[in-house]
Design a protein around this ligand. Sequence first.
Ligand SMILES: [Zn+2]
Length: 314
Amino acid sequence: MTTTSLALPSKLDPAHRAAINAAWATATQRNFKIGWARWVRWCAAQKLEPFPVSPETLIDYVRSQHEQIPSVLNALKSINQVYKLASEPSPTKNPFVMLAVRGMRKTYGKPEVGRAALTLPLLKQVIREIDRSTPVGTRDAALLLVGWWGALRRKTISDMRYEQVHETPDGYRVELGRHKTDVLGARRDIVHLVHRHEVPAVCAPCALQEWLAVRPHIATLFAAGSGNYVVARPVSGNAIWAMVRRRCGLAGLDATQFGAHSLRAGLITTAISQGESASKIQQVTKHANEAMLMRYYRESEAGPNYLGRTLKVT
Ligand SMILES: [Zn+2]
């Protein structure tokens, strides 16, 4: 497959063509070239010009690609960039094209799968190996437990703000921003963290309390780490991913099987295997419907929040 040769349409102004070639010259832009080449191949097969393109043609393209979601998104990004560099409004932003993409994701998307689930027994194993006398150990235990009980994605964890955390009679409540699928803004995402002193190792509020006592003064809830220390900088999603793997490795698990998503998968799996209802689990995971949740389930995955009160931890 030739992914580096650029077939830029003759209808593009030479200056714009030069700009695109220059923009795509670096290795980091490789994906644009791959996306564009994919688009050009499809157009050639349909005997169509790749540029300019109507929204209708783009919709046909999206619909013809079935489950090839990452490739289609990449092609659309490339098309978008060509338009941008040619100073033309991009048809990829057409609402009907966007709806077609959304439909494709709905029909063929396999969201949130891939990483092994950090189920409750594994979570206990990981937490117990953490030296919580160091600031980083304190952070890691709190982050893992908040992420696990909240069934949170790493982006959500890294974006959490200190001001969103409120103490409650039985633990903490974290008021996240508006849910991303909630266009009207009527619903806020709230994470309930409830003390579970039957097994102190998995008690999220206690771990959070310990962290709040040592965390640096920054806007985000969690800070970046350096050695045994923490620094006054937000922790990145990638750092969370790396930390989960490191902690799993230190607990004797195969680190390559785990990632940040293992926290969310872990609560979901544990909840399903304990027979918790899908509706209860969805309260925490914010899955739009049971079908989405069960798609996530695979061999045994799942994750909710009032579960915080009922899930058996012994
Ligand atoms: Zn506690």
